[in-house]
Design a protein around this ligand. Structure first.
Ligand code: PMP
Length: 426
């Protein structure tokens, strides 16, 4: 064990998990690469959990941060804040939600917590629908709507949560059905559930489940849900913490794969927009956002430095059509990994969209999760010079691939080759 790892273990919580038998210290990065303290270079296919969205050390973002830091780092929302208003205007226009308002937080957890506060206050109900296999954050409210035992350390909750089917396409009781029948079955389950309850506040769902292993329903499921929710006056919250900003290639937001019946009432975001600076936020229809009749504030939310980073990062993303890049390069990578997976009995499924690709590992010939194989592949990939992530239910047997959206074809090829080797080695 390195000295730093010993020190980490001595002063940080046991549940703050690190990757690898010998955890690495990442000291710097550039583009899609990072270096560890021993001088090893890695192709980064996880971006610090989908958070380095455009590229490491992107000069445009670095410049915006240092210029803003040189002027003023903090003033609070008690005073007008130009970068915050600038970014809010951009997000309102991009959100797809009519007459929207934005509230900035410092994390995805706090964004979802705010969404829950809004929905429960607006609807005067503490009942929430969430998806099985979901993840929405680490606070007391958000662990109570997280349908993943491995990430929900207490059963106590200020909310009453009802879990709905549909987030996982290829497992569970409806897995064998066609897409259309799958949606019908999930809608029938939702209707049945609502028939036994009253006054539910909201449904919260990730369009593609992140921590859950990059699983998703067929396109259109949430539009079908929306139709049912509307009949009951129930709000739809899209948790876009992982799926926002074009990562899925086909769409700017994940909810747009389910758009037939209009946008969500509330949308939450975080991770990539600041390219690593701590920005989260919630976008909501004005009547929903403005329903609180007490003051509310996030001291660090909307800080000028993070907002400057977000603006520079968003400009870069849009000017370079990184959504289109995610679609093209992600499409190639998905195809390449599917071909690799077809040759590996340990691979059950290669799935995903854009630069959000999951490789689910099982014990060969079965559907049983294989977390040992996932850990071994993660380790072998690192030895080969590639960082990937893990996730999936509470068994963490899915490799998660989510590089910065500027990934080029040569890098995609190089990463796929390392992963292929790692799968064979492991
Ligand atoms: N929602 C989703 C879908 C997430 O993936 C995460 C983080 N993994 C969160 C919320 C919580 O975000 P944060 O860690 O920034 O609090």
């Amino acid at each position: 064990m390195t000295d730093l790892y010993n020190r980490h273990r001595a002063v940080l919580p046991d549940w703050l998990a690190t990757y690898y038998e010998h955890p690495i210290e990442i000291t710097h990065g550039e583009g899609r690469h990072v270096w560890d303290a021993a001088g090893n270079r890695y192709l980064d296919f996880f971006g610090g959990i989908l958070t380095t969205m455009t590229a490491h050390a992107l000069p445009e973002v670095t410049k915006a941060v240092s210029e803003q830091a040189g002027r003023i780092i903090h003033s609070s929302t008690l005073y007008l804040n130009r970068p915050m208003v600038d970014l809010a205007e951009r997000i309102v226009a991009l959100s797809g939600i009519p007459d929207a308002r934005v509230f900035f937080t410092t994390s995805g957890t706090e964004a979802n917590d705010t969404a829950l506060l809004l929905a429960t206050a607006y609807r005067r109900s503490q009942q929430i629908l969430a998806m099985r296999n979901s993840y929405h954050g680490r606070s007391f409210t958000t662990v109570g709507i997280t349908g993943n035992r491995g990430w929900s350390p207490t059963a106590l909750s200020p909310l009453q949560t009802l879990y709905v089917h549909g987030g996982v396409r290829s497992r569970g009781p409806y897995a064998q059905l066609s897409d259309a029948r799958f949606i019908e079955a999930c809608v029938a389950d939702l209707e049945d559930l609502l028939g036994q309850t009253r006054d539910v506040a909201a449904l919260i769902a990730e369009p593609i489940q992140g921590v859950g292993g990059f699983t998703a329903p067929p396109d259109g499921l949430f539009a079908a849900f929306r139709e049912v929710l509307d009949r009951h006056g129930i709000l739809w919250i899209a948790d876009e913490v992982q799926t926002g900003w074009g990562r899925t290639g086909d769409h700017f937001w994940g909810w747009q794969a389910h758009a037939e019946n209009g946008p969500p009432d509330i949308l939450t975001f975080a991770k990539g927009i600041g390219n690593g600076m701590s920005i989260g936020g919630v976008v909501a229809r004005a009547d929903v956002m403005n329903c609180l009749d007490a003051n509310s504030i996030s001291t660090f939310g909307g800080s000028p430095v993070t907002m400057a980073a977000g603006l520079a990062n968003l400009n870069y993303l849009l000017e370079h059509d990184l959504q289109g890049n995610a679609r093209r390069v992600g499409g190639l990578l998905l195809e390449r990994l599917r071909a690799v997976g077809a040759q590996c009995p340990v691979v059950r499924e290669v799935r995903g969209r854009g630069l959000m690709i999951g490789v689910e590992l099982v014990q060969p010939g079965t559907d049983l999760a294989n977390p040992e194989a996932a850990a071994a592949v993660l380790e072998a990939a690192r030895e080969g010079g590639l960082l990937v992530g893990k996730g999936g239910g509470h068994n963490t047997s899915v490799l998660r691939i989510a590089p910065p959206l500027s990934l080029n074809v040569a890098e995609a090829e190089a990463g796929a080759a390392i992963l292929e080797q790692a799968l064979h080695t492991a």
